[in-house]
Design a protein around this ligand. Structure first.
Ligand code: ACM
Length: 539
């Protein structure tokens, strides 16, 4: 039986009694107005796992009642479980949904299966939980550009996010190695830009190639399905179209988007290896109009207030050599190529703001000045986030030194294709999204945090699972729970709660890294990675 203390992420307040509520064929699921989404989710999910009807009326066996309580925080909830019945109240529909996630955990790991095991009894421990999240943006970034994750996998990740009370999917849809979203007015983006003929296996220095085509993309209907599936789970999908760098796939599809006066862009293919491609967008009116068209279709598909425009790692060498780019610098009296990048980003900042949306980009976008409403994903450490918050911009903290889940989880030789620093489960658990340097007023601009999953060496779902879990569970607790300062966090207690959580992940079929290290089939002997030796962060 799961105890209340096993819940991940840790609730704010929980008290328990030595008593139970037993679920059976007569247990009703009764929802007040506004509770419909959680009612549907509970009936579908717990109904499948338990085989119980959870009928929408009082059945005489005690009920699970869902209601809204305006006295709670919007994403907060209160869960009362007594031997006579269950009452889940949410501050808003989202709070109710997060409360339902707690309820599922309290039923035990088998509640995470899709069909009941024979003879299983279902009981909930008598508890009273009052809970609310620390941050409003609790995100996961999925890079579906480097390796495509088919739609089914994305829907599965939305379910995994929901189970961890995460509420933003940052969807990295384009990069040098692939374009993953159908754009009707520019069909070659997916016809040509969504696949490559071969792929570097391992990191850049590896001599190995996977000599078969790799690719795939989401049709606009796929995207609508993903966005609706996410919304049903109170998850917002923030799309990213990365400009003006990380754009070789788009240039391979439409060579006129590149710097045609310095490189023969008609000879470019969708990139088949890793790193930062020198082939970046040309800063022309044609490029701006092309991407306005892309964003027009994107805004139809994604209701999210924020739209991510990338802005990271744009090498300036081609712009230095391009007469067209230099003429642009002169025309707008810009200082240099960095000014040109800022001009490019500002164009879309204004364009999105005029349509009621807000731009978000990687912290390089700060370098040229931004409109008031624009926000920053702080990835090159905390510095960009600190500068952004001080300048009055909202910030999502996702420093690569702490929460890049492509980085290896252990120093051992068996880690598959080891990338970056060693960042253990404990390191992630001790990640603090709000840097101490910020004043309380500045810190209000840290609207949240996200973990980033870059997939250069994650060629399939099992590899994504291995890198993402169990660390995403620690990250979820960092983003949701009111944990003490990093050094005071009780990692031993978290690890004890993880014992129950591993059984939930098992029931969900997640191919996490086991605490004892990779299983034989999770190893990749001999495939070169890019390990970085160095001290852990903040030490
Ligand atoms: C990034 O990792 N280039 C945002």
């Amino acid at each position: 039986m799961t105890e209340v203390t096993d819940v991940i992420p840790l609730p704010q307040h929980a008290t328990s009694q030595d008593a139970y509520f037993d679920l059976g064929p007569d247990t009703g699921l009764v929802a007040d107005d506004g509770a419909g989404r959680t009612e549907r989710w509970l009936r579908a999910t717990l109904g499948a796992a338990t085989g119980l009807p959870l009928a929408p009326a009082t059945g005489g066996g005690g009920d699970i009642r869902l209601s809204l309580d305006g006295g709670l925080a919007t994403e907060g909830y209160r869960l009362d479980i007594a031997p006579t019945g269950v009452h889940l109240a949410g501050g808003g529909p989202a709070g109710l949904f997060w409360g339902a996630q707690t309820l599922r955990q309290l039923l035990g790991p088998d509640a995470f299966r899709r069909a009941p095991l024979p003879g299983r009894r279902w009981r909930l421990p008598a508890v009273r939980i009052q809970d609310a999240p620390r941050f409003g943006w609790r995100g996961l970034m999925l890079d579906v550009a480097r390796h495509f994750m088919p739609k089914e996998g994305v829907l599965r990740y939305l379910d995994l996010m929901a189970a961890h009370k995460l509420n933003v999917l940052h969807f990295h849809l384009t990069d040098d190695q692939g374009w993953r979203v159908e754009i009707k007015r520019h069909p070659r983006l997916t016809e040509h830009g969504s696949w490559r003929s071969r792929t570097k296996f391992g990191h850049r220095a590896s001599p190995l190639w996977e000599d078969k085509p790799h690719g795939g993309y989401y049709t606009q209907d796929d995207i609508r399905e993903i966005v609706a599936y996410a919304a049903e789970r109170h998850i917002t999908v923030v799309p990213e179209i990365d400009v003006p760098g990380h754009s070789q796939a788009a240039i391979a599809a439409y060579p006129e988007l590149g710097n045609t006066d310095v490189v023969d862009t008609t000879a470019l293919a969708v990139w088949d290896t890793w790193g930062i491609s020198p082939n970046v967008l040309a800063p022309t009116d044609n490029t701006l109009r092309f991407y306005e068209g892309v964003f027009e279709e994107l805004l139809e598909l994604f209701p999210s207030e924020f739209v991510h425009i990338g802005g990271d790692e744009c090498p300036k060498d081609q712009w230095r050599r391009s007469a067209t780019a230099q003429a642009r610098i002169e025309e707008f009296a810009l200082a240099d190529e960095d000014g040109l990048q800022a001009w490019f980003i500002q164009h879309f900042d204004t364009w999105l703001a005029a349509r009621g949306r807000r731009l978000i980009g990687w912290d390089e976008i700060l370098e040229g000045g931004l409109a008031k409403g624009a926000a920053v994903s702080s990835w090159r450490g905390y510095a960009g986030g600190i500068a952004a918050a001080r300048a009055g911009h909202d910030v999502v903290m996702c420093p690569e030194q702490q929460v890049y889940l492509d980085h290896r989880q252990h120093a051992g030789e068996d880690e598959p294709v080891p990338i970056g620093f060693v960042r253990t489960l404990e390191d992630v658990y001790r990640f603090e999204p709000v840097p101490a340097e910020l004043t309380p007023k500045e810190a209000e601009h840290v609207i949240g945090t996200q973990a980033n999953v870059w997939t250069e060496v994650m060629e399939d779902q099992q590899r994504v699972d291995y890198q993402t879990f169990p660390r995403l569970a620690a990250f979820a607790e960092v983003s949701w729970s009111a944990l003490p300062a990093p050094d005071e966090r009780d990692f031993d207690a978290f690890e004890r709660r993880m014992a129950a959580h591993y059984r939930r992940l098992d029931a969900l079929g997640v191919a996490y890294r086991p605490p004892g290290g990779p299983l034989p089939w999770q190893r990749r002997p001999g495939v070169l990675g890019r390990p970085i030796d160095g001290p852990p962060p903040n030490k």
